[in-house]
Every structure is written in structure tokens, then in C-alpha cells.
Design a binder for this molecule. Sequence first.
Ligand code: BJW
Length: 249
Amino acid sequence: MVAAHRDSVPVGRRRTLVEMSIVVLTGAGISAESGVPTFRDADGLWEGHRVEDVATPEAYAAQPAVVHRFYDDRRAALAGVEPNPAHRALARLEERLGDDLLVVTQNIDDLHERAGSTRVLHMHGELLSALCRACEGRVRWTGRLGEFPACPSCGISALRPDVVWFGEVPYEMDRIAAALEAADLFVSIGTSGAVYPAAGFVQHARAHGAATLELNLQPSEVSRLFDETRHGLAGELVPAWVAELLADG
Ligand code: BJW
């Protein structure tokens, strides 16, 4: 059962911009036009494997060198990609909204930050961070992990990618839940809606009175739950949506 929205004017125009609190969820689709492969589109990231089969702690335990090479190559590729107009539009929106905009990203790249966004939560972790399985410390990591380097804190060779695999608990869930509950508008950009808990955020936000908008190349698995959906390239849809908001506000 979906709760009634706080008022009945169209998505994104319910209040003046300065009064709105917005949560944006982003997925792989927002980085696709930067040249970062998505997971579930053709030519997806795992080279013919289902991500659900390989992005697991069990796959890492069985074949650590293979998993390290996969993340090491993606980390190295980050140096060759740039934020696109969708990332930059969200950074422009933050300049206007400040603390009233929160970007929750499932992506482990750093393109939101490089575009200028500062209020970003990486719920599935970050490529440029390593997590020590021995001391549980985190360290910024730009090199390779596949050579099994020692942890700078404890000296044990137990560093893994600081990412969230299936069966692990996503990061920052308390802050995300609080933001969804306070949001006037929830916007989902470039995600297939195939992975929970992120796919459930639209229902969480709606249940607490937010209007909801999906911007994606094609209908996602949860499109029907949104008040409004727009289909097309993030690099076009997001700047257009942000321009609408800024013009209204
Ligand atoms: C464009 C575009 C362009 C393309 N412009 N658009 C409830 C029901 C059923 C199952 C579960 C459930 N709750 C939990 C589960 C289990 C599981 C799960 O969801 N399983 C599914 C198979 C059903 N979830 C988990 O295990 C999660 N943990 C968990 O639930 O813990 C319990 C808990 C939760 C909360 C509180 C307390 C306890 C963990 C999930 C971890 C996911 N990890 C990965 C790998 C991260 C590291 C890495 O990057 O390698 O995260 S898997 C992968 O999928 C990655 C992504 O972040 C995630 C989502 O993918 P995304 O971003 O949506 O990409 P795509 O490729 O799927 O879609 C791209 C979209 O963009 C497409 O729609 C395109 O059309 C579009 N697009 N170009 C605009 N230019």
C-alpha cells in the first residue's frame, strides 16, 4: 500500500526548489556514456557470467586472483574515463540545493565526485578503497591488489576490494533510510532495479510521502512503482531534468 503524496502537483514541481529535499539513486547507466560498462546490458561487465554468480564472497574465496584481476582492471580503467553531462548536472543541482540533495550511488567509480558532487554515499563501496579482512581497516588504494600486498595498518596480506557483494550488507543503510524518509522527491537514474535493497528505495520513499521519478534508458524492473518515468540517455535526460528544476526554483 502506497501512502498519499504530500501534495498533488507534478513530480519535481511540488514546492519551490529551495524547499525541496531530494534523494537521487544512481546505477551503472549513469556512467555508461563515460565508457564504464554496465552489468546487465549486452557486453556487460562479467564477460558472459551472471553478476549474481560471481559478485559473491564465495566466488572471491574460490578464485581470489581472478576476482582481483577484474577489479584491478576496472580500477586502472578509471584513469581513462571522465564524468559525463549527467554527473555534472547533479553537481550543479547540489550547488543550488546544498544539504537538501543526497546522491546515493550503487556505482563504485568516482565520477560523481570528479564532477563536483560532495554529498555522495557509495552503498556498494568504492574501487579506490581497499578493505583489510584481518584488521577491518580501510585504505585508499589506487594500485593493484592482485599481487596480494600487505595492509599498511596491520602488515597482513589480507586486502580485498572494498565493495559489497551479494549476501553482504550495503553501506550507509541507516543514513539512506533516514534520507528517503525525509525526501520530497526520489529520483532513480540508470539502474535496472534488479538488485535489492536499492530496488526497494522507490517504495520506501513513496511510503513516506515522496514523489518519485525514474530516468533510465528503458523501463526498469520497478518502473511501475514510479509516479513518472522518462526513457532515454542519462546524458540527455538528467541535464534536462535539472534545468527544469533550476528554472522553476
Ligand atoms: C542507461 C544507459 C544510459 C544503460 N542512460 N540508462 C529482496 C528480494 C530479492 C532478493 C533480495 C532482496 N533483498 C536482498 C536480496 C539479495 C540480493 C539481491 O538483490 N539479489 C538479486 C539477484 C535479486 N541483494 C544483496 O545480497 C545485497 N545485500 C543485502 O540485501 O543485504 C541484506 C541487507 C540489506 C539492507 C539492510 C540490512 C541487510 C547486496 C547487493 C550487492 C550488489 N553488488 C553489485 C557488485 C558491486 C561491486 C561491483 O561494482 O563490482 O553491485 S552487483 C551489481 O548490481 C552492482 C551494481 O551496483 C548492482 C546494480 O546494477 P545496476 O547499477 O542497476 O546496473 P545494471 O547493469 O543492472 O543496469 C543498468 C541500467 O542502466 C539498465 O536498466 C540500462 O537500461 C540503463 N542504462 N545505459 C541511462 N546511457
